[in-house]
Design a protein around this ligand. Sequence first.
Ligand code: PXP
Length: 247
Amino acid sequence: MSPRLSVNIDHVATLRQARVGREPEPVAAALAAQSAGCAGITVHLRADRRHIQDRDLRVLKEVLSLPLNVECAATPEAMESVIGPKPHMVTLVPETREELTTTGGLDAIFLQAPLRQIIRELKASDIRVSLFLDPSREQVMMAAKLEADAVELNTGVYSDLPFGSDPSLELGRIRDTAKRAANLGLRVLAGHGLSLRNVGQIAAIPEIEELNIGHSIIARAVFVGMERAVQEMLSAMGAMNGAGAAP
Ligand code: PXP
């Protein structure tokens, strides 16, 4: 079975924030993605609020019938903003102000003490927790030890491979880690840099339940519209006929 698709709408908000105005409205993009058949919506609430704003979380939570996944840093400040709107899931990611996008997975081994505290806090508020990790056995073992519900495997290295190069080493790493995580009882998600060109081999990994894709869908939507861009991605994932229920 193909994985579900959660559409990341951050870059609709990036365009809105370019003029600090009202358009384009990310909530409208989320609703269009929902009617195109995706299974969830993802947003990244960054500390610098460069795209998604607190107001977006509140409105999305109110109007969407799909699960909302909020990516944020593992900090007390981020928790103050995400726990109130109570998304379906929070994905903890590393975050720096200088980066253009998330550049790697969390080091769950190094950060185990603060992560344990934050995971506990989120779960006490009935919010599922996913950790964005590089595809490494040691990292997913720590995620299981910390009692995360899910891991999102970083496909960034795979996605950035130069055109024509052999992806088998990186794909092997993702497959192996996905299997390991599933055996540990974790739900397995993946994302970063996926596009129509490279999504097929990741979507074919049986343990991966959900893909989180943003930039390539929004970039395509500028030319063909949101609904068609989402449908093209679902089709490339082999998932046109079943968005499925959220985990
Ligand atoms: N997963 C995580 C944790 C991310 O931070 C991002 C980017 O916001 C994505 C997935 C989606 O990546 P892309 O926009 O390259 O599809």
